[in-house]
Ligand binder design. Structure first.
Ligand code: 5GP
Length: 427
């Protein structure tokens, strides 16, 4: 938010986990009671319910891995995921299928018989601890359950973007003999959020024909299954198409993981804009953004507000540092006169609330007709000053976040998503 205050380096006294002590409590006592916020879309509410899945975790596959063909040919063209019921519920019974003769070659996957779903439980997006760290280039030392570095790399990219995945959760029968499955195909990944199976290919030419045959058979026999054959260079392209990306974890080694992907940001900002448009339908509000962290949020929010007469102004302040002066210095004042106007203060993030508290006091002294606060992010867990927040984008955990306007030492403002900075970078 504040031009001199964004980033840990600029605010050495504000440490994550240190709540400020007595001086903060004193300040908080002087501040108004919190009001009920407008409808909130906390990140937690938007995540797939981890309880809904079996608890198999990565690293314990609970059985023998099928030997898989790793070659492939065609490049996967991502398609829109269809909101269908899980494919597990739609499988044909092996016994009811006609026997398909394929020259008598018995696949090494022939043991599969609609295996029970083996699922990797993923923690919800906003857990405060980092999950599998995304540390750099793929290693040849591939951990279980992965059979190939390409699979491991893909899993780490999925982790980085907070995308739930299951490794080889099921096999699809391809051929039956005497009522038994004689050949099956086990895709590498299932992405429940996208209802999509992924088969990773490393393009070993000798195995191309066999891989193609299996993919064709799978599509023929199980047309409801949404499966993509992915080459390494297509990983990020596919994820970008679904609103993730476009960065590989290796390109941003300072980032631990994506907390709020682009699509969720855009959807929620649109909702906030609609709410404000509704609440101020017969008014001419002034949106006041606090520079610089608010730039992305403000530019998206103002365009999703359908009130033609809305005005926009900006302030820049130094963040509250609890240095005894109790003051927030104004570095850039308003250009608009807000006396008698309906003001909406637009913030990127409210952390302790101390800075916002001072800004509210300052704006109230200008005697607006009304004053409401709209913040993209609410780190409620660290709140000291009970400032009223009228519109909240996301409640987030106690993490230092960057991207979408928010910086760490003036970097990362241009990331299109909200991401968690690696803990070891923080002072
Ligand atoms: P507060 O006064 O509410 O503690 O926070 C004031 C300012 O600290 C925010 O407006 C923002 O500039 C900065 N800040 C707090 N938490 C974060 C964070 O997680 N990431 C970034 N980039 N800035 C933060």
């Amino acid at each position: 938010m504040a031009s001199t205050g964004n980033g840990i380096g600029a605010k050495p006294k504000r440490r994550r986990g240190s709540r400020g002590g007595r001086r903060h409590k004193k300040a908080a006592a002087a501040i108004a009671e919190p009001q009920a916020a407008e409808p909130i879309a906390p990140v937690e509410e938007q995540q797939p319910d981890p309880q809904a899945k079996p608890t198999r975790r990565r690293g314990s596959r609970g059985g023998q891995r099928h030997k898989k063909t790793t070659a492939a040919t065609d490049k996967a063209e991502p398609q829109a995921a269809e909101p269908t019921t899980p494919v597990e519920e739609q499988q044909p019974e092996p016994q009811t299928k006609p026997k398909r003769q394929r020259g008598g070659q018995r696949s090494k996957k022939a043991t599969a018989d609609a295996r029970p779903s083996r699922v990797t439980a993923r923690p919800p997006l906003t857990t405060t601890r980092a999950r599998t760290p995304v540390t750099g280039a793929p290693t040849e030392d591939v951990p279980a359950p992965f059979a190939h570095p390409a699979e491991y790399e893909f899993a780490r990219i999925l982790d980085f973007y907070g995308i739930t995945w299951q490794y080889e959760p099921r096999s699809f029968p391809l051929r039956w003999e005497h009522g038994h499955v004689a050949e099956a195909f086990t895709p590498d990944f299932y992405l429940p959020d996208l209802n999509m199976y992924i088969e990773i290919t490393t393009l070993k030419t000798g195995l191309t024909a066999e891989k193609n045959r299996k993919m064709r058979l799978l599509k023929q026999l199980h047309p409801e299954v949404n499966i993509k054959l992915l080459k390494k260079r297509d990983y990020l392209r596919l994820l970008a198409k679904y609103g993730y990306g476009p960065l590989a974890p290796e390109q941003v080694p300072e980032i631990d993981r994506v907390l709020i992907p682009v699509t969720k940001l855009q959807r929620r900002v649109g909702e906030l804009g609609a709410l404000i448009s509704h609440d101020y339908a017969d008014k001419e509000p002034v949106l006041i953004g606090i520079l610089r962290g608010v730039i992305c949020f403000m530019s998206d929010l103002m365009r999703s507000i359908s009130i033609p007469a809305a005005a926009v102004d900006f302030m820049s302040v130094s963040s509250y540092e609890g240095n005894g002066s109790g003051a927030v210095r104004i570095l850039k004042d308003l250009d608009e006169n807000i006396k008698g106007r309906d003001v909406i203060l637009v913030e990127d993030i409210v952390d302790t609330g101390m800075t916002l508290n001072h800004i509210i006091e300052y704006l109230q002294s200008k005697r607006p007709a009304s004053l409401k606060v709209c913040t993209l992010l609410d780190k409620q867990v660290r709140r000291i000053a009970n400032v009223p927040l009228d519109y909240i984008g996301f409640e987030i955990p106690d993490e230092f976040v960057v991207g979408y306007g928010l910086d760490f030492r003036q970097r990362f403002r241009n990331l299109p998503f909200i991401a968690v900075l690696k803990h070891d970078l923080l002072p």
